[in-house]
Design a protein. Structure first.
Length: 338
């Protein structure tokens, strides 16, 4: 047990929790029951499909402690469904959603002492499916591995809840129409590192990508979905190549049901984003992060004087209170593990 964890200074970095889960599946076959085992290195062939051709997908989810002493997950079935969808696109075998949720719950229990105290962070769970069998030609690997590991984490952005500074890149795209942007495919992330590094070197927190077809519409913020608020309207991009976030979907539902906002998934032009009242990004890791400024072609647009907007705050409060059972969860989104 590693109780040298400093719960007050967690960041979004890897501190492996003690137990991981591994199941295997031969091509055309069935998943093994799998095993829970101590976290550690795994051995795979240098010819593994995932290493040579990037045949891999992942998910990201959080277990948290509530004030009432429960341990909860948020919509884990949705991660299971999305993992199936990603698997189909990357020629990986699908894993049953029911078994997926069962494995996640067991992983949370097995790693209970790694879940930060209430309010200090969460246990981030990372399910992956990789082509681990060796293959020389470009085709699906002969064997697959489903693995889940976990790590306690704190805030995703170093700024905490302070609004972040973003830059629209005019140099790189994240994803192309009919490509892999809409699935949690590992290759999308390595492909984004160069753009993110350049923008961070200039002092920004993350990069905003435009659509690859016309370079006119906002697509995503690094690994979080983009939203803007204009009066009573909540707009979020719909380009076909964005990642369908579970936080995004939940935010859209809350804005409509709880705040009577007019919610629209549509093309969001650069001009619309720059003239919005409030902008934020959303994802499991980022939760809801208020955007304080967006720079485009060297010109910075500042929102709300770098303060969190009132609507953004309201959406954040409602979402996080539902997630932590502090207000009613009319949708059955929260799954109590213990
Ligand atoms: C995971 C991810 C998101 C957020 O999805 P959630 O289900 O809300 O965590 C958004 N964009 C990208 C590119 C992602 O990888």
């Amino acid at each position: 047990m590693s109780f040298d964890i400093d719960w007050d200074n967690l960041s979004f970095s890897l501190t492996p929790a003690k137990t991981m889960f591994i199941a295997k599946c031969p091509i055309g076959g069935e998943w093994s029951d799998g095993e829970y085992m101590p976290y550690g290195d795994i051995s795979i062939s240098p010819g593994a499909g995932v290493l040579n051709y990037g045949q891999g997908i992942f998910e990201g989810m959080k277990a948290q402690r509530t004030k009432g002493g429960k341990i909860v997950l948020f919509r884990p079935d949705q991660n299971g469904l999305r993992l199936q969808n990603s698997a189909r696109r990357i020629c990986l075998p699908e894993f049953s959603v029911e078994k997926f949720v069962e494995v996640i719950k067991k992983m949370v229990i097995e790693n209970e002492e790694y879940i930060p105290p209430y309010g200090k962070g969460s246990l981030y769970l990372r399910p992956c499916i990789w082509g681990t069998g060796a293959i020389l030609g470009v085709s699906p690997a002969p064997e697959y591995t489903f693995i889940v590991y976990a790590s306690p984490v704190g805030q995703y952005f170093k700024t905490g809840f302070k609004p972040i500074k973003l830059e629209i890149t005019t140099e790189f795209h994240r994803a192309a129409p009919h490509g892999t942007g809409n699935v949690k495919y590992i290759g999308n992330y390595a492909a984004g590192m160069f753009a993110a590094r350049q923008t961070k070197e200039k002092g920004f927190n993350e990069v905003i990508y435009l659509d690859a077809r016309e370079d006119k519409y906002i697509e995503e913020v690094g690994a979080a979905n983009f939203f803007c608020i204009k009066g009573n309207k909540l707009l979020t991009p719909k380009t076909g190549s964005i990642l369908p976030g579970i936080t995004r979907k939940s935010v859209m539902q809350l804005a409509s049901d709880k705040f009577g906002m007019e919610v629209s998934e549509q093309n969001v032009s650069i001009e619309e984003a720059l003239s919005a009242d409030e902008v934020f990004c959303a994802g499991t890791a980022a939760v809801i992060s208020s955007i304080g400024s967006i720079s485009y072609k060297g010109k910075e647009t500042i929102y709300n004087n770098f303060n969190v907007g009132t609507v953004t705050q309201k959406i954040y409060d409602t979402l996080t209170k539902i997630q932590l059972q502090e207000i009613e969860d009319p949708y059955g989104w929260v799954v109590v593990v213990k």
